[in-house]
Design a protein. Structure first.
Length: 307
């Protein structure tokens, strides 16, 4: 096979179908001289004339007749490799996707996505992978099909898309002093005890940098790895937590928590999704991304201010 041009299979299929160099050339949108050269190469490759003249026409040799069916089947399969996929409708596909979703979104976004997929593509199942994989190239290695959350820079080939930006707000239980304060100043905010969400156990972040510029410092009395756990602690203690204003609305309402604007100039939190190029053109993966995009857009439109 080292010296065989596989394009000759397509040429041979056309020649054996038309029994004419001219008609075969027209069929393949090439010239008659080019098809004649292809026939000459085929004759050398098969050591057989394949098509011989009978009056003004060409007729196949016994070897050509023997090859006709198999050549046509091979040429058809080869063309199929380059044609658009005729795979089943992704809405009826049965597929398991591995997702890495930030803890915040696990409790606020995932229920809506699951309900949506049960209607739009009931054959799709979702498996949430642990967030401790976030420091590994999970998309590149195929451990995760789609990452949703705050997307950090990763492998250069990874594709990503911004879904929405979130404003962060302060969260306390109803009887907390800040819940009864008309205006929360940076001084009052810093004087309260705080709970921080960090999977790496960090106590310092943008809030602390902003406070430091004002000559203030807050006291972090608890660091937890999960957003849901932080909100439950805020409900049961006089600790201040930070949450997203829109995506956190349902859970904040469910827990009966009160919120207030953080009296600092904080950058918005950007929520996005990321995937590996191997899945970019996969129709079922495209559907999953479309539904994720739709759910996020709907959440942004429907969310009312949290007070």
């Amino acid at each position: 096979m080292d010296y065989v041009d596989l394009n000759l299979i397509v040429a041979l299929d056309a020649l054996l179908a038309e029994n004419s160099v001219t008609k075969a050339a027209a069929r393949l949108h090439t010239s008659a001289p080019a098809m004649s050269r292809a026939l000459a190469r085929l004759r050398r490759a098969f050591d057989d004339p394949l098509l011989v003249r009978a009056g003004r026409d060409l007729v196949p040799t016994p070897r050509a007749l023997e090859l006709r069916g198999e050549v046509h089947a091979v040429a058809t399969r080869a063309r199929g490799l380059f044609e658009p996929s005729n795979a089943a409708d992704p809405r009826t596909a049965v597929r398991m996707f591995d997702l890495q979703v930030s803890d915040m979104l696990s409790t606020t976004f995932m229920p809506s996505l699951i309900d949506d997929l049960r209607v739009q593509a009931p054959g799709i199942s979702l498996r949430l992978r642990p967030e401790n994989l976030e420091d590994t190239p999970v998309l590149r290695e195929g451990l995760v099909d789609l990452e949703i959350g705050i997307i950090r820079p990763g492998d250069p080939e990874i594709r990503s898309e911004t879904l929405l930006t979130e404003v962060l707000i302060g969260v306390v239980r109803p009887h907390h002093p800040l819940a009864r304060t008309k205006t929360v100043t940076p001084q009052r905010f810093a004087a309260a005890d705080h709970i921080v969400v960090s999977r790496r156990g960090r106590t310092h972040g943008p809030i602390d940098e902003q406070l430091a510029e004002l000559g203030l410092r807050r006291r972090v009395v608890a660091v937890v790895p999960a957003f849901a756990g932080a909100l439950f602690l805020a409900r049961e203690t006089d600790l201040v937590c930070v949450a997203p204003a829109r995506l956190g609305r349902l859970m904040l309402d469910t827990l009966g928590l009160r919120t207030f604007p953080i009296p600092l100039t904080l950058p918005p939190a950007t929520i996005g999704m990321a995937w590996h190029p191997r899945n970019h053109h996969d129709r079922t993966h495209q559907l999953l991304r479309d539904r994720t995009r739709h759910i996020m857009a709907t959440a942004a439109e429907q969310a009312r201010p949290v007070t």
